[in-house]
Write a protein of this length. Structure first.
Length: 266
């Protein structure tokens, strides 16, 4: 494959997902990882993408850019469902679980009814609304009790700010499911929203175990505000194995989603 063809393939992949990994591109393009890194360097020099640890992201996907909830809700639906199913396996009857905002954590909603005696603390307006709807349709003893923080609404429909942070800081959860805009071995768990970072830090401080939910497009992405080091997470639940450098920092739970764009190799 010519260099121009590889460059076009890399950019085409980035039109369909916000981030790509060097290892995945090397396999799908049939070249070495060194060749892919050189291609990424060339494309970054042209302003076509931004290089990050282990891969590349779309221009503007770093820093303070935050996509809205509705824009992200339909992306990677199968990956989010698999991540949610793997995450819910960590729950037990009678637990109190805190759940942060985001579309990946929202996928948990449909799986929570039926876990007896569950209490949910959340700052996600869509998650609380969906759990309320499901509660109306479920036997009362199977429906989670929901505690919703107050606060200011973000584009991801999460409630943040002093009111949200104060409420969350006053409560205690056995386990926290946290979504993320980016997960990186060096930068840790990050988000583009400063107020959301502060609120998520309160979630992390007030739980027995922190579990991060992030699909493969979030791995290697670094955003504006740091929430927590990756080492603080008891587990990372994702849809593609992120590599030994991540496994060295935390437990990896992975229910792989087949890549429809992966070319068959002889």
């Amino acid at each position: 494959m010519l260099a121009a063809e590889r460059h076009a393939a890399i950019l085409d992949r980035l039109t369909r997902q916000p981030a790509v990994r060097v290892s995945g591109l090397a396999v799908s393009l049939g070249v070495s990882e060194m060749t892919v890194r050189r291609d990424i360097d060339i494309l970054e020099a042209r302003g076509a993408l931004v290089r990050v640890h282990g891969g590349a992201v779309r221009p503007g996907s770093l820093s303070s850019v935050e996509a809205g909830f509705d824009a992200n809700r339909t992306r990677g639906g199968e990956a989010k469902r698999r991540i949610a199913a793997a995450a819910v396996s960590l729950l037990a009857p009678g637990m109190t679980v805190s759940i942060t905002g985001g579309t990946t954590t929202y996928a948990l909603a449909a799986l929570l009814p039926g876990i007896e005696g569950l209490t949910v603390i959340t700052n996600s307006l869509p998650l609380a609304d969906e759990l309320h709807r499901l509660r109306s349709a479920s036997p009362r003893d199977a429906a989670p009790q929901v505690l919703l923080s107050g606060g200011q609404l973000t584009p991801s429909k999460a409630l943040v700010g002093p009111l949200a942070t104060g409420t969350i800081a006053s409560l205690r959860a056995d386990l926290c499911f946290m979504g993320a805009h980016g997960v990186d071995t060096d930068a840790g768990i990050t988000t583009p929203n400063l107020a959301e970072a502060e609120t998520n830090q309160a979630f992390a401080r007030t739980c027995g175990q922190l579990v991060v939910l992030a699909d493969a497009s979030k791995i290697g992405v670094v955003s504006l505000a740091r929430v927590s080091p990756l080492d603080d997470a008891a587990a990372l639940v994702t849809d593609r194995p992120p590599g030994d450098d991540y496994a060295a920092r935390t437990r990896i739970l992975c229910d792989p989603v087949p890549d429809p764009h992966l070319e068959e190799r002889p």
